[in-house]
Design a protein around this ligand. Sequence first.
Ligand SMILES: NC(=O)c1ccc[n+]([C@@H]2O[C@H](COP(=O)([O-])OP(=O)(O)OC[C@H]3O[C@@H](n4cnc5c(N)ncnc54)[C@H](O)[C@@H]3O)[C@@H](O)[C@H]2O)c1
Length: 298
Amino acid sequence: MGRLDGKVALITGGGRGQGRSHARLLASEGADIIVTDICEPIAEVAPYETSTQADLDETARLVELFDRRCLAVKADARSSVEMGEVVDQAIAEFGQIDILAVNHGVAINLPWDQQTDEIWDTVVETNLSAPWRVAKAVIPHMVSRQRGSIIFTASTAAMTAYPSLSAYSAAKTGVLGLMRSLATELGPHSIRVNAVMPGNTGTPMLHSQSVLDMFNGGPGGSKEKMVFPSQATMLLPIAWLEPEDISEAVLFLASDAARYITGVALPVDGGTLAQPPGIPAIAAERIGALEWQLANRS
Ligand SMILES: NC(=O)c1ccc[n+]([C@@H]2O[C@H](COP(=O)([O-])OP(=O)(O)OC[C@H]3O[C@@H](n4cnc5c(N)ncnc54)[C@H](O)[C@@H]3O)[C@@H](O)[C@H]2O)c1
């Protein structure tokens, strides 16, 4: 018996990465899945790559391996019209939506003096306004059934500072405000609203060249070079989480095991948000070793 038997879950941004992983895990626990993705590049943030139609089709194929039904729809989460159509299709096909995972997002890392108004607007539109629009499309249905679980994907960037991520951080911080307000309004309807806050997670977003270069402090970044600086942000001895680690938290919040949990922002971050102030222990050790080498070089 699965933890989500008889449930239906709608997941945005499921063409790859965490969204695909959520779709697979929730299906493995018995849920039928509606998965959406934009499936085309977003001009303002090129060369940042978003998922393709082939990626979304592959997610549907992977879900169906669990013997669950999957409705995969190309839809821009920024569009109330497109998301309204997705909800209509989902209700026509499955009759209900029990779980909404608002997962889609873009990350553009640029220092303040390189970030144009167009890029700012696109990041805030995608990562904050779109989550609101997606939720608004689904909430009337959940209210009519007097049940539901909504899980927004925020980020550790909602709670701590990262350079070159001002628009992203602002939007993700806003998502927590949105989550808390909706939890208050929807609690009386037995609809729970929570957020997960992933730390560095191994997806195409984290391993895009611009993020690798950011961790490198300049061009020439690579996954290998990212291991130490990324691990320095965590308490646990890992360089980054896997998408499945975030999916487990989404599954818990979606399931009846969390039936009295609402209004919560759950870090899934290897301890990033629990770092004590000052230089991270792993970095202090590395500095100590370098100082020793300098002092003892012949
Ligand atoms: N990877 C990380 O380190 C990390 C850390 C913290 C938070 N997050 C958040 O996790 C979520 C999932 O990201 P991921 O790591 O899987 O990255 P990803 O880039 O692999 O997946 C994001 C997906 O969202 C889709 N998308 C983007 N804009 C869209 C739109 N307007 N409409 C529909 N789909 C759209 C993309 O096509 C892509 O498939 C995002 O909200 C992201 O901000 C990621």
